[in-house]
Design a protein around this ligand. Structure first.
Ligand code: LLP
Length: 428
């Protein structure tokens, strides 16, 4: 059952803040994502509170939930942004986050993206390869400007999370091996269009144990101090994101925000660097649900299938990472629960949203809420099976608005064309 105060039952009806999810379904139809503004704000405040004695700034990782409205909400709280593409820079700027608060990460950046980033006065570009450094130096020189650069090091620390979201071991494509930091910094400091401001690191996502952070921070702190002692004037350390959330409401989270902050304090509290944090999931995951309606129920062998109108294209995480999301009925009853496999209409067996979910008897049209869907939900959505992109609704108290409206089928076809010569070819 939901445990967060902004998504909870009032009477027997599940609410997001002051609005019943059934009212959202009536107003905007299903499937749709619903986000709690208060929930996101509270998480942001919890972060800043936990870090208040540290020289740390938060750069929300846009990929977790790139909705313009969510970005504006966080911008209003004072957040900067961590971006990985030109599109994300464009979004962050459009939402009101200035270039001076944006950090550009990412394993491969095109010349066009680097040039665009420099034009925005971007705070920092995290360079991930020796070749990228040379390309960036050339682009910056051609613009008569200086690029502020951090080198993303790969600390070779296992984040102990799902292998598809592990980024900090030598088997992963990210960063340069930490042992090469000095060579990189030497080269960077010889390039007049490059100002090397720091080191960066991100070891993975959905990390729920303290030890990977502890080990990685220890390595980064030691490396920074060694480089500083060798004369490199490092100012910033970017610690990446990665703090996990609790996808199973009954299981207590193994790594709390306070413990994460204490691990940061332990390694960097006495050092002279500005710390940059890039949380994504931890800021938004708990504040979102994917609202869906039951289409049909059917039984096969011992299995109870609930076919719902949301599918793997709307929420990819179960199919991609075997991720678990709890699912609860919007109308709570005392009826006996029995395990169900909640599946979508997409023509793939991987379109299974959750297995073994205890649910009461449900009829066609009944509403379900898929929990902890505020991060990497809508942002990973596609139009597979020509299903329209799932809309998003933001709630604040008793106010609600579609912040991504449901497109129509003509819009779906708009970017496509049938070349005239296709029919001419047949006529010949
Ligand atoms: N910084 C960098 C450089 C990143 O690559 C990421 C996430 C973050 C920060 C934010 O990490 P977070 O705090 O959200 O863990 N789609 C996957 C997660 C992929 C994360 C990719 N990088 C999922 O649904 O679990």
């Amino acid at each position: 059952m939901p445990t967060t105060w902004h998504i909870r039952y009032q009477g027997d009806l599940l609410h997001i803040e002051d609005i019943a999810l059934s009212a959202i379904a009536d107003a905007f139809e299903t499937p749709c994502y619903c986000y709690s503004a208060a929930g996101i704000r509270t998480q942001y405040e919890a972060f800043t509170h936990a870090l208040k004695d540290l020289p740390a700034t938060i750069h929300y990782s846009v990929k977790a939930n790139p909705s313009l409205a969510v970005l504006r909400l966080l911008a209003n709280q004072g957040s900067g942004a961590d971006v990985v593409s030109r599109g994300e820079i464009h979004r962050a700027l459009a939402a009101g986050i200035p270039g001076g608060k944006i950090i550009f990460s990412g394993a491969g950046k095109s010349p066009d993206e680097l040039a665009y980033a420099l034009d925005t006065g971007i705070a920092q570009i995290n360079v991930e390869s020796h070749e990228e450094l040379e390309q960036l130096a050339e682009i910056a020189a051609s613009k008569n400007t200086t690029a502020r650069v951090a080198v993303r090091v790969n600390p070779d620390i296992d984040a102990q999370t799902h292998k598809k979201i592990t980024t900090g071991t030598t088997d992963n494509k990210f960063g340069i091996p930490w042992q090469e930091a000095e060579t990189f910094l030497r080269r960077a400091s010889s390039l007049p269009s490059i100002e090397t401001v720091g080191l960066a690191m991100h070891i993975g996502s959905q990390i729920v144990k303290p030890s990977p952070f502890d080990d990685a921070f220890a390595r980064l702190a030691a490396l920074a101090e060694e480089m500083r002692s060798k004369g490199f004037p490092l100012q910033t350390l970017d610690l990446g994101g990665g703090l996990g959330t609790n996808y199973e409401n009954d299981a207590p989270l193994k790594l709390k925000l306070e413990d994460y902050a204490n691990t940061i304090r332990k390694h960097f509290g006495a050092l002279p660097y500005r710390l940059l944090l890039e949380p994504g999931r931890a800021l938004v995951a708990d504040s979102g649900v994917l609202l869906t309606r039951v289409l049909q129920e059917k039984h096969s062998g011992t299995k109870r299938f609930l076919i719902v109108d949301a599918a793997m294209n709307d929420l990819m995480r179960p199919a991609l990472y075997d991720a678990h999301h709890d699912i609860v009925p919007v109308v709570r009853t005392d009826a006996p629960l029995s395990p169900a496999e909640v599946v979508g209409p997409v023509c793939e067996t991987s379109d299974t949203l959750a297995r073994n979910i205890p649910l009461p008897p449900l009829a066609s049209g009944d509403l379900l809420a898929i929990l902890q869907a505020g991060a990497y939900g809508a942002s990973l959505a596609s139009m597979y099976n020509s299903r329209l992109r799932v809309p998003e609704v933001l709630v604040s108290g008793s106010k609600m608005a579609a912040v991504y409206r449901r497109p129509d089928y003509d819009e779906m076809l708009k970017p496509e064309c049938i070349p005239e010569w296709l029919d001419e070819d047949i006529a010949k």
